[in-house]
Design a protein around this ligand. Structure first.
Ligand SMILES: [Zn+2]
Ligand SMILES: [Zn+2]
Ligand SMILES: [Zn+2]
Length: 163
């Protein structure tokens, strides 16, 4: 027997919101669903996706949803220095990130040690240290290719030679 057509399908975003004690709203569902499929999205990217899906949702409303979900532990906010904050649904572990210096693309890196803090300070100054913020920086494969192409570009080389 097939269920009636109007039976709502199980939605992990709804379960997550209810589990965190947050009211289920269309923007919150859309944000969580988008982030589970597009980890490390910026607030701008989340906003564009939610607007494409729901129509008019203000930038402030998207920021409010993200802030509520971060406070509730449903979303992790990462802030690579010099780059816009990025958001993801992978919250329950101490994983790190590798960030491209040039384009900002971000990938997960499992912690080689395990739970935080995975680095021991040489001098804790009496602090109860609970986290070491680890970010790996470098050039992503696309940016490595771009750089190689730039270096191989004879027009660019001659332009540089003139200066
Ligand atoms: Zn890059
Ligand atoms: Zn991550
Ligand atoms: Zn680690």
């Amino acid at each position: 027997m097939t269920p009636p057509a109007d039976t709502p399908r199980a939605d992990p975003a709804v379960d997550a919101l209810r589990g965190a004690g947050l009211r289920v709203t269309a923007p919150r569902r859309a944000v969580l669903t988008w982030l589970s499929e597009h980890p490390h999205s910026t607030a701008d990217a989340v906003g564009a996706a939610v607007r494409a899906q729901l129509g008019t949702v203000s930038t402030q409303a998207v920021y409010d949803v993200l802030a509520a979900c971060v406070d509730a532990g449903l979303v992790r906010r990462i802030e690579p220095a010099g780059h816009p904050a990025r958001f993801e649904r992978r919250v329950a572990d101490n994983h790190h990130h590798v960030v491209c210096r040039r384009c900002g693309v971000t990938q997960d890196v499992d912690c080689a040690v395990g739970p935080a803090p995975c680095l021991a300070p040489s001098q804790a100054h009496g602090f109860a240290v609970d986290e070491a913020e680890v970010v790996f920086w470098g050039l992503c494969p696309s940016c490595q290719d771009l750089r190689a192409a730039e270096h191989a570009d004879p027009a660019r080389e001659s332009a540089q030679a003139k200066t």
